[in-house]
Design a protein around this ligand. Structure first.
Ligand SMILES: N[C@@H]1[C@@H](O)[C@H](O)[C@@H](COP(=O)(O)O)O[C@@H]1O
Length: 269
């Protein structure tokens, strides 16, 4: 595991954006060599998306040969609803870069057969050879995508009923009215993300500090689904200072001591 501790949210976003630039440069995508990216929604990745749009404008990054798979989507929310994850992704990212919309994959929460939709999504990921890099965020209860506490760590893409904590947390996007938040979502499973060749989780804010502690300083538990990544060979957490408030001083000191090495990951961007 890598734990990158940065001063604030802007630095987290910039580090993540530079990391992807470097990754793509090294991968050198082309018509016969697409890079497959897993993407989250939520307020956390907004800074990353803004920074990537900026790098795209500066000609530092192209998404022409990138295909994407999003983590999740609400069930029953019209696709053009401003809070659907379809709208979120196109408004905040895809519309501003050179990705071909046919290379964008987002679960359809209005499919007539939701289970078939989930199975087809897993299959599509397999068919393209898996995900090279999955970016993720977390909820304050340590959920990743919509893998709520108690989700199987072997879970695959499926329908999930949202936990009350998540409904309350996401009410801010629905006029602060919990009754307007959809109660179900389609989500990739923990195992779907575990299959990615690399996972990068962005975490900021004191409200997520306890989840980070549970994820990395204690045992693996399905009550903190983020902790599953202790078994992933290549996971990186990029976090701000506030998110480390519940960590041991020893943990923080150790990883801060590695910053010179970590900075090399984003050098020359
Ligand atoms: N399904 C999404 C998660 O993928 C996301 O990580 C989480 C955190 O959102 P935020 O970044 O706004 O705190 O929100 C939702 O529950």
């Amino acid at each position: 595991m890598r734990l990158i501790i940065l001063d604030n949210y802007n630095d987290v976003s910039e580090f993540a954006a530079k990391y992807l630039c470097r990754k793509l440069r090294d991968f050198n995508p082309g018509p016969d060599n697409y890079f497959t990216l897993g993407l989250p929604t939520g307020s956390t990745p907004l800074g990353l998306y803004r920074q990537l749009i900026e790098y795209h404008k500066q000609g530092k990054i192209s998404f022409q040969y990138v295909r994407t798979f999003n983590m999740d989507e609400y069930v029953g929310l019209p696709r053009d609803h401003p809070e659907s994850y379809h709208s979120f992704m196109f408004n905040n990212f895809f519309r501003h870069i050179d990705i071909d919309p046919k290379n964008v994959h987002i679960l359809d929460g209005n499919a007539t057969d939701l289970e078939a939709e989930c199975d087809a999504y897993e299959q599509k990921i397999k068919d393209v050879g898996g995900i090279d890099l999955f970016f993720g965020g977390i909820g304050p209860d340590g959920h990743v995508a919509f893998n709520e506490p108690g989700s199987s760590l072997a879970s695959r893409t499926r329908i999930k009923t949202l936990a009350q904590d998540t409904i309350i947390a996401n009410a801010r996007f629905f006029d602060n009215d919990v009754t307007k938040v959809p109660k179900q979502a389609l989500t990739v499973g923990v195992a779907t993300i575990m299959d990615a060749r690399e996972v990068v989780i962005l975490i900021n804010g004191a409200h997520k500090a306890y989840a980070l502690h549970k994820a990395i300083e204690e045992g693996t538990s399905h009550m903190w689904t983020l902790s599953a990544f202790q078994f992933h060979p290549k996971t990186m957490f990029v976090v701000d200072e506030d998110a480390t408030l519940e960590l041991k001083v020893k943990t923080v000191k150790y990883f801060k001591g590695l910053m010179a090495t970590h900075n090399k990951l984003v050098a020359d961007v």
